[in-house]
Ligand binder design. Structure first.
Ligand SMILES: [Zn+2]
Length: 356
């Protein structure tokens, strides 16, 4: 199966002439958009700009308010690795001022794989304070053979603990800080809102998002690494369920659920796992939080944190209980003689059919 990811490359150590060329291309691109927005085609046409960017600018101009990234199709850009002192990795982009484009030294945030194809990428100018730099987001694609694994790890995505991961009978709790962060920022926003500091409110919102995103990235990384190390399939709850039940519970609950970063985490895990050839199976998690993982009777979730079974008296962390149930369920359906034999989509369908 074909998988893709984005490699973020920071442009570094630019010579003056390359920096000028890039800056010029960038500001002309933005100017072009600005003029197109005002329907001043006849002036816009005088701006020297490569035609690949010109078409985009026309299209974008009708839609945006701020600066916009320039797309680079795989026909106009190239990536190469070298032993050059300046940089180990170089990207070629087209500019108007130099025929054939310029090679930019870059620092990728992660390794390029050995064998890959380039997808639609983009270049953007970033600013922070008085610092300015360029980043190129390169989409890389590669063909991956899905592994056949011999273990399972289950992931329960919850409210209090972002992800409870079960491997070998032991729970690992990940992302316990997110709730605190969200609460803190929600309180902060409210306070600033009361003082009518709307700009500040927006800034605070970005900060919160960045923090939460970083945690989600870390969790998904950790899970993908664990699965690789332990030769495991990842079984994860299908969130369709949560959203369905949210619909019935009304607007307020709905807003809370949609606002939660759960869906994003699921996607990140699937994304990172598939890159390493690890199968991810979405499983209907209906009832996993209410069922006793020891005797299979219906128990109660006393408060968010504790599960109590009236039948056998089992008292346990509720997230741990839920992920244990997922594990028990997946053992029945995912494995045949301890090995995953079927492709993901087929298993998914089967699991759905059996469990509904
Ligand atoms: Zn029980």
């Amino acid at each position: 199966m074909m998988v893709a990811k984005t490699v973020r490359c920071r442009v570094i150590n630019l010579t003056k002439s390359k920096l000028n060329a890039l800056n010029e291309e960038w500001s002309n691109f933005q100017d072009f958009i600005e003029l197109e927005k005002r329907d001043l085609d006849w002036i816009a046409d005088k701006i020297p700009i490569r035609s690949v960017y010109k078409c985009q600018a026309r299209w974008i101009s009708k839609r945006i308010k701020h600066k916009f990234a320039m797309s680079l199709s795989n026909q106009v850009m190239q990536v190469k690795k070298t032993d050059n002192k300046l940089s180990k990795c170089w990207i070629k982009v087209p500019v108007k001022s130099k025929w054939g484009g310029i090679w930019l030294p870059v620092e990728p945030h992660c390794e390029f794989p050995d064998d890959y194809k380039i997808g639609e990428s983009k270049i953007i100018k970033k600013t922070k304070g008085n610092k300015e730099w360029f980043e190129i987001y390169v989409v890389v694609k590669k063909e991956v053979q899905m592994k056949s694994c011999s273990n399972i790890i289950t992931v329960d995505i919850g409210e209090k603990v972002m992800a409870t991961v079960l491997f070998n009978g032991r729970p690992i709790f990940m992302g316990t800080k997110i709730r605190g962060i969200r609460r803190h920022y929600s309180w902060l926003r409210k306070r600033l809102g009361n003082k009518k500091l709307l700009k500040k409110v927006k800034q605070v919102g970005h900060k919160e998002q960045n923090k939460v995103n970083q945690i989600l990235q870390d969790i998904s990384n950790e899970i993908a690494v664990l699965a690789t190390k332990t030769d495991s399939v990842i079984v994860i709850g299908d969130l369709k369920d949560i959203r369905k039940s949210a619909k019935k519970k009304g607007k307020r609950f709905n807003r809370i659920v949609n606002n939660m970063p759960h869906l994003k985490l699921t996607q990140l895990i699937e994304h990172k796992a598939s890159w390493s050839g690890i199968p991810v199976i979405r499983m209907n998690e209906h009832g996993t939080s209410k069922t006793c993982s020891r005797c299979s009777e219906i128990g109660i979730r006393k408060n968010q944190g504790l599960f109590i079974c009236k039948n056998c008296g089992y008292q346990v962390n509720a997230d741990y209980n839920a992920t244990k149930n997922m594990y028990n369920r997946s053992m029945k359906h995912v494995f045949v003689d301890g090995v995953v034999l079927q492709p993901k989509s087929c298993l998914e369908q089967q699991a759905q059919e059996v469990l509904i």
